[in-house]
Design a protein around this ligand. Structure first.
Ligand SMILES: [Zn+2]
Length: 239
């Protein structure tokens, strides 16, 4: 082996050592900010449990007011030619539940579908199927939240035309499932309906999307429900 090939081998070895490990998708910039993003490799290596853990750890950082310092322009650049998100999250439109912030996620980390009352329709199901079956996300999360106005409006049978009727109609099965007086000022009752509504959405996803139900059966994705506390910023997983 001549000097040149020894040098080439050494360079290769150093380059290999310097390559971030596949599970470490984030690089850190000079000021400690994260500039790295999800890649095909890091997504391939990610399990559904690891994706869920990543979101829950992000929520802990959010609650503790210690979010990762993100180099957003670097992440914009790094994701311009492709995206390999960890998860798809279906949330309500509520302005107090900014999904990426709540889970301390950066650019290209998560797909987010938002509709008042976090219920599914064909467009939402199609979006989630794209996120999982085509784009490779490992986790489907349905995120309900405390004092959801859409759920309260459903309980109150709020009337405002056929579009709202369609929206609230999707929440109605959850309301009918929960025992007790139909009362939107009963916090306990409302919380129960919100949680049942998340579970109903998950049941519907499994029933209405053979694609996602199949991926779940094969162990390629997990589908979970969660609840956001408006007072503390904490996300808790639902059974
Ligand atoms: Zn809401």
């Amino acid at each position: 082996m001549n000097t040149k090939s020894i040098f080439a081998a050494a360079t290769l070895a150093i380059a290999f050592l310097l390559t971030p490990s596949i599970t470490q998708a984030h690089n850190h910039g000079p000021d400690g900010e994260k500039s790295g993003v999800m890649t095909k490799d890091s997504q391939d290596k990610l399990t559904s449990d690891a994706a869920l853990n990543d979101l829950m750890e992000g929520n802990k950082r959010f609650v503790a007011n210690r979010p990762d310092k993100l180099d957003l322009p670097a992440q914009v650049k790094a994701t311009a030619t492709g995206q390999y998100p960890k998860a798809v999250i279906l949330s309500c439109i509520d302005s107090r539940v900014p999904v990426e912030m709540v889970f301390d996620q950066g650019i290209g980390d998560v797909f987010v579908a938002r509709v008042a009352g976090n219920t599914e329709d064909e467009s939402v199901l199609g979006s989630m199927e794209y996120a999982t079956a085509v784009a490779g996300s490992k986790l489907v999360m349905v995120l309900g939240h405390e004092a959801c106005g859409a759920v309260k409006a459903g309980i109150d049978k709020f009337e405002a035309g056929e579009n709202v009727a369609h929206l609230l109609g999707a929440i109605e099965p959850a309301i009918e499932k929960v025992k007790g007086d139909r009362n939107s000022s009963d916090k306990k009752y409302v919380e129960e309906v919100i949680k049942v509504n998340v579970q109903e959405t998950i049941d519907d996803i499994r029933e209405r999307s053979p694609i996602m139900a199949g991926l779940e059966k094969e162990g390629k994705i997990k589908i979970v429900g969660a609840y956001y506390n408006l007072h503390t910023g904490e996300v808790s997983l639902l059974d």
